[in-house]
Design a protein around this ligand. Sequence first.
Ligand code: AMP
Length: 281
Amino acid sequence: MHLISSPKKMQQLSFSLKSKGKKISFVPTMGALHKGHLSLVEKARKLGDFVVVSIFVNPTQFGPGEDFQRYPRDLKRDKKLLQKAGCDLLFIPKVKDIYPEGYLTYVEVEELSQKLEGAFRPNHFRGVCTVVAKLFNLVQPDFAIFGQKDAQQAVIIKKMTEDLNFPIKIIVSPTVREKDRLAFSSRNSYLNLEERKQAKVLHQTLKLGKEMIKTGEKSPKKIINKMREMIEKTSLAKIDYIALTDSERLEPVKTIKGELLLSLAVRIGKIRLIDNLKLRV
Ligand code: AMP
């Protein structure tokens, strides 16, 4: 597995691979890798000839008081996992090279970035889009693979790719879950034993909503209220939001029809977790 940290070298290598007709598939991550990330690498291998994974804990997507400084970092372990998973190149740029002194340019996908997560994390998607646009320019991928776990991020990246004419196919890959159905997340490592036990309520609540829809409930309000009740019975859990929206514009739905996104953000103790289910009715 090659290792590159210089943005310029990364871009040169990508141009050279492309001139030889190689298809590049790309998985951007913030490291602290788990089975969710590795499933994206697996998909990347199937799609392209050359797999690039980036690890970059992106400061511009963290708000004040969020966990940028203490975000889990374990490059040695990540390298081993990626080598085993068949990654061809690991790109690990430094913050000072991605945002050199005097950096001024940001990418913002309007409207979509203000909803759901955006209402609680004001500049989050501006940071995400900026870094992903820069990584796209450096890695020059044919395919970029993102997880359904971050459903809103995937919707926004698709929109940015379309709006800015990046010649890249965005692939969204299913959420990988632990045995008790908690979605893998680098932040799960912050949970203590009791919090970890209670964290399974996120998926249980989504499943409750899904069952209600499946058995014919027509009122989004009733569905969300029942879900809310379930979480409120969990002692360490505090709801940021529970939403039933369409899956593209992320607008709350009035009627249960079409492709829907049931999503939530819940704090378990101090740890904020998100999850979602996509449903077709
Ligand atoms: P992160 O390192 O958290 O920024 O995530 C990097 C990529 O992995 C994003 O596209 C995430 O959506 C994806 N991802 C994170 N957790 C999971 C999971 N449990 N299953 C599938 N993809 C995931």
